[in-house]
Write a protein that binds this ligand. Structure first.
Ligand SMILES: Cc1cc2nc3c(=O)[nH]c(=O)nc-3n(C[C@H](O)[C@H](O)[C@H](O)COP(=O)(O)OP(=O)(O)OC[C@H]3O[C@@H](n4cnc5c(N)ncnc54)[C@H](O)[C@@H]3O)c2cc1C
Length: 382
């Protein structure tokens, strides 16, 4: 058993850390404040090859693996979560479904653009009326000759409305199974298809420099060939995508938790109260010690889940535990980091204010904490 990183993994971590500090940190607060998408940062991430991390070289990828993506996400989120979630969603929710389930033609058409970061894709599962209970999907797709006709709407879809969004994959009811349950399938809808409308961006509490929209499909027609993988496999496809995605979200949460330690350490040395740096007080030291411990244990949990996944072993329970634990401790660390910063922690110009606002969604997106507990309990046979 060895939890140490290889030289190559360490080098990737360092280069993303430098990028986050030198390129993301100086500009992100303004994007966050103005709710603008950081196109220039995303373009530079594309040039670095970050969008291609877990994809083979034949599609323009870096030939790395999912763990490499997690390392990059952790280092980005240590500085900013809007940029990190843009990368996470672009790969894990955007390009990965096409890579895993697409035909050779679909891969050849879409992956090179997505893997280079020139284009982004969204993954439309959640609807205004249903999220955790994805079986409640109402969006319908009916085959009419050689076209799917899609009607319905999707809520909270990341990366679905940027200037460089190329497509969204949409889950839709495509029929009824013999046992009366819904047949779900996944269909690729290119941006700009008539009948596909992207609503203006939401006003969000956090992740304000990331892109999230409600989508509407009104007699939206796409070629029958835009079916992703087999008809009726929609449920199995998104379960696989979400299982993997949980490891990536756990890595992102660990990054935010570690960023809280970084900022708190710095502040505890600088800020004086009662004649000495607040870091001299045991109450502050213990907070930071606990924050570091939480980030460390959550990191081990996602390393373990990723290792099992890459070894081809079952990893559903470990991914759910990693996501549940990492998101919980990210919220804890953000709360404590804000406390250590006193009144300045409540000012948006301090990074910990962003960490605080960005932490809560980690307990909600890609499966709420309750859903993670349901998955763990079910895997334990309950
Ligand atoms: C910024 C942002 C980005 C997102 N990006 C995407 C995206 O790219 N693609 C996408 O498809 N979705 C996306 N989502 C949606 C996200 O995954 C859902 O919001 C999430 O899964 C929860 O679904 P919901 O909001 O419908 O809550 P609900 O499912 O309505 O849940 C409400 C509450 O009830 C609880 N609950 C539900 N069922 C049970 C149960 N059986 N037992 C106990 N408690 C239960 C939940 O845990 C929660 O606390 C995004 C959301 C946000 C906010």
């Amino acid at each position: 058993m060895d939890f140490r990183l290889t030289e190559e993994q360490e080098a990737l971590r360092e280069s993303v850390r430098d990028f986050a500090r030198e390129v993301v940190a100086p500009v992100i607060a303004e994007h966050y404040e103005k709710h603008t998408f950081p196109y220039d940062v995303i373009r530079q991430m594309g040039k670095m090859g970050l969008f291609g991390l877990p994809f083979p070289e034949e599609y323009g990828g870096m030939g790395g693996d999912y763990f490499a993506l997690c390392l990059a996400l952790e280092e980005l989120a240590r500085v900013d979560s809007s940029v990190a979630i843009t990368l996470e969603a672009a790969i894990s929710l955007g390009a990965m479904p096409i890579y895993r389930f697409g035909t050779e033609e679909q891969k050849a058409r879409w992956l090179p653009k997505l893997v280079s970061g020139e284009a982004l894709a969204g993954f439309g599962l959640t609807e205004p009326g249903t999220g955790s209970d994805a079986g409640g999907t109402q969006t319908r797709a009916v085959l009419d000759g050689d076209e799917w006709v899609i009607n319905g709407s999707k809520a909270f879809i990341t990366n679905s409305g940027t200037d460089i969004t190329a497509l969204v994959t949409v889950t839709a009811v495509t029929g009824t199974r013999p046992d009366g349950s819904k047949e779900l399938s996944t269909i690729i809808v290119p941006s700009g298809t008539p009948g596909f409308t992207v609503a203006p961006g939401y006003s969000k509490v956090g992740w304000t420099a990331s892109d999230t929209h409600e989508l509407t499909f009104d007699d939206c027609r796409v070629p029958a060939d835009n079916l992703l993988g087999e008809r009726g496999r929609g449920f199995a496809q998104f379960l696989r995508i979400l299982d993997e995605g949980r490891i990536a979200i756990a890595a992102l949460a660990v990054g935010l938790a570690q960023g809280c330690v970084d900022e708190s350490l710095k502040y505890a040395r600088e800020r004086h109260a009662f004649g000495q740096p607040i870091g001299n007080y045991q109450a502050i030291q213990f907070k930071i010690a606990d924050m570091e411990m939480r980030a460390h244990t959550a990191r081990l949990a996602y390393y373990d889940a990723a290792a099992r996944m890459l070894a081809g072993e079952p990893f559903k329970r470990q991914a759910a535990m990693a996501k549940l634990h990492a998101s919980t401790i990210a919220v804890d660390n953000a709360r404590e980091a804000t406390q250590i910063h006193g009144g300045y922690g409540f000012m948006n110009e301090y990074p910990v204010a962003r960490f605080w606002r960005d932490s809560k969604i980690l307990e909600i997106g890609e499966g709420t904490s309750e859903v993670q507990r349901m998955i763990i309990a079910r895997d334990l046979g309950l």
